[in-house]
Design a protein around this ligand. Structure first.
Ligand code: FAD
Length: 331
């Protein structure tokens, strides 16, 4: 494999509800830094139906080039056609680095591509860097249950691929004066050749997602039981926010793992983060410390969470949270 044939930092631009997904914009921010360091171009790959006009958004967020596969066959995400389009693009234009958001779609597509190309994949990356001279990608992620950070290198193959957690990288401020080059690509795909058919789309009940919510109400073991934890759900509901949890709560089976905030859970940066009955262990705090406003409620005045919050209320959650629910209901 001749590494000189492989150039450019690429981001797979996931399309969600008709727009480029926030994680892809964050990756364009991270990719821009890698591309500048490596003195190469930053490209996005857009696959979908009627998506060409989204290329301008990618340019305002830092892309130099956008490869577009615009075809009704891509109207819904399915592994097979998306994989074939992205493989086609990789074969034609040979990226040095290809990044995906660590979303259900990004993880599925990246692992499918990794089975076909002679290369590996670093999953769930939280830190990205690149060697200026060699182009070697330094993709770091928590390993061994979060006890160490592992930097994973792909020394023998190209492209180097990584999925990156949402909300970890920073999108650039959009610059509407930035433009770039659109490269329209085509691949012969026929609906009748597709093994997966979409028969019906069932939308999940509209619940705020933890990685996108402006307000998160997170509860810890201090809520006592699954029944006690219902107060967290109630407060989140009146505030129109999402429910977060500590790992101990997830391990106790009070809530699903998708709600876990922290080193081995999700990293969140909401406008307001309530930490209720959460002690403030470092593994939890690293996942929420960049929230704009952190409000902690804990009955122990010496709980470490009070070192990491903007406002702290020392008291019993079972007295304070019902008062907050009543008060916010009046708003
Ligand atoms: P506790 O530590 O038991 O704290 C409960 C708190 O509730 C206490 O501060 C107590 O004073 C307070 N309290 C009790 N009753 C009340 C009441 N009635 N009203 C108000 N306050 C009350 N943890 C995470 O959260 N996320 C992670 O991603 C994560 N990853 C980890 C990775 C590794 C490798 C390891 C070793 C640990 C990890 N942990 C993680 C676990 C972490 O170390 C803590 O054990 C965990 O965060 C503690 O959860 P907690 O605060 O809910 O429970």
């Amino acid at each position: 494999m001749n590494f000189d044939d492989y150039r450019g930092i690429w981001v797979y631009l996931e399309v969600k509800d008709g727009n480029i997904a926030p994680v892809s914009l964050e990756l364009l921010g991270a990719g821009r830094q890698l591309a500048d360091k490596r003195k190469t171009e930053l490209a996005g790959v857009l696959i979908g139906s009627s998506v060409k006009q989204l290329a301008s958004t990618a340019f305002t967020y830092g892309a130099d080039v956008v490869y577009v596969y615009d075809n009704p066959i891509f109207v819904y995400y399915r592994t097979e056609p998306y994989m074939r389009a992205l493989l086609d693009c990789c074969e034609k234009h040979k990226p040095e680095v290809l990044l995906y958001g660590a979303t259900p779609t990004g993880k599925d597509l990246a692992s499918a591509i990794a089975t076909d190309l002679p290369t590996g994949l670093t999953a769930d990356t939280t830190i990205l860097d690149i060697e200026e001279d060699t182009g070697l990608l330094l993709a770091s992620r928590p390993a061994f249950g979060g006890n160490i950070m592992a930097t994973i290198l792909c020394k023998k193959y190209r492209p180097q691929m990584a999925t990156v957690r949402p909300k970890v990288m920073k999108a650039l401020p959009p610059d509407p004066s930035r433009t770039g080059k659109i490269v329209e690509e085509h691949i012969e795909l026929r609906e009748e050749d597709m093994r997966t058919k979409v028969l019906e789309i069932v939308r999940e009940a509209k619940k705020a997602r933890i990685d996108e919510a402006d307000i998160i109400v997170a509860g810890g073991k201090g809520m006592g039981s699954k029944e006690g934890f219902q107060l967290i759900h109630q407060l989140a509901e009146v505030l129109g926010g999402a429910v977060g949890a500590s790992r101990d709560v997830v391990e106790a089976g009070w809530i699903d793992h998708h709600h876990q905030v922290g080193q081995t859970g999700v990293t969140v940066t909401p406008k307001i983060y309530f930490a209720i009955g959460i002690s403030g262990a470092i593994q939890h705090v690293v996942g929420m410390q960049n929230s704009e406003l952190i409000i902690a409620i804990n009955k122990d005045p010496n709980a470490p969470i009070f070192q990491s919050c903007h406002y702290g209320i020392v008291g019993d959650a079972f007295e304070i949270v019902p008062l907050l629910i009543e008060r916010f209901k009046e708003e």
